[in-house]
Design a protein around this ligand. Structure first.
Ligand SMILES: [Zn+2]
Length: 255
């Protein structure tokens, strides 16, 4: 799919009002492009297939349980065996759903302006519990070299949308990615951790925005958690009171 050259116009029209926008760009499903009633929506068929994550899930990792054991506050075996550095993680959808993966990919490479708002809205809903006592939203940063080649950070676009939705302030300058890291694909758990060791730090001049605060880290996708854990440790070292994690899609390996 080619980058849409008219995105600037799309934004302009979005600012001018929905009626005008609908006239020029009839609302279409964010996933399959079929006609839908409102901008920023997905059709009923895609909605069914997107694999939204709902309770019951692990209170720590946010991974869905196969069956409802009827108890509240349960923690998965994975969370007790390998506790993450972050407190609680919440996700909108399972990354193993084709449609969620497609949306995450588009957000990263093509349609970020069009997708960040609606996806951010879903994330604000999925993470309502985390956001209700959060002081600040921090997107997972890209290293500046990666940012140059990609030109935008999808996590920052999502965090901005969530901030707008939840009124939790956004802090984009505090957490820095100071080490360019090799792609994580194909690395073992230990290799991933080594790859990311020292990758993040909090900028000393922005440390006051983090120290003593409840932070919600924002990323588009969560797979092994290695990146989120490394970023969390940097925030905790800078004195964050708590770090929770909110993502759009997460890998779900075990029940
Ligand atoms: Zn659709």
């Amino acid at each position: 799919m080619a980058r849409r050259p008219e995105l600037g116009l799309f934004q302009l029209l979005a600012g001018a009002g929905n009626a005008l926008l609908d006239l020029v760009y009839p609302p279409s499903c964010l996933v399959c492009r079929k006609a839908v009633a409102t901008q920023g929506a997905i059709c009923a068929e895609c909605w069914r297939e997107i694999a939204f994550i709902e309770r019951p899930y692990c209170e720590r990792l946010g991974t869905p349980f196969d069956q409802d054991l009827g108890q509240k506050g349960l923690i998965s075996l994975e969370a007790s065996a390998n506790p993450p550095a972050f407190g609680r993680a919440r996700a909108v959808a399972r990354y193993d759903s084709d449609k969620a993966r497609l949306l995450a990919h588009r957000l990263k490479y093509y349609d970020r302006l069009e997708l960040a708002r609606p996806i951010g809205r879903w994330m604000a809903r999925a993470g309502a519990e985390l956001l209700s006592d959060a002081d600040v939203l921090v997107p997972i940063p890209l290293h500046r070299l990666r940012l140059l080649s990609r030109r935008f950070n999808q996590s920052a676009a999502l965090a901005q949308a969530i901030s707008r939705e939840s009124a939790v302030p956004l802090e984009t300058m505090a957490l820095l990615r100071v080490k360019p890291t090799a792609p994580q694909v194909g690395l073992s758990r230990a290799q991933r951790a080594a790859n990311l060791s020292g990758a993040f730090r909090v900028a000393p001049e922005r440390a006051a925005a983090i120290a003593g605060r409840n932070v919600v880290l924002v990323d588009d996708v969560l797979t092994t958690g290695a990146t989120a854990n490394a970023a969390t440790r940097a925030l905790l070292r800078a004195g964050a009171a708590r770090v929770d994690l909110l993502v759009f899609a997460r890998a779900v390996t075990s029940a």
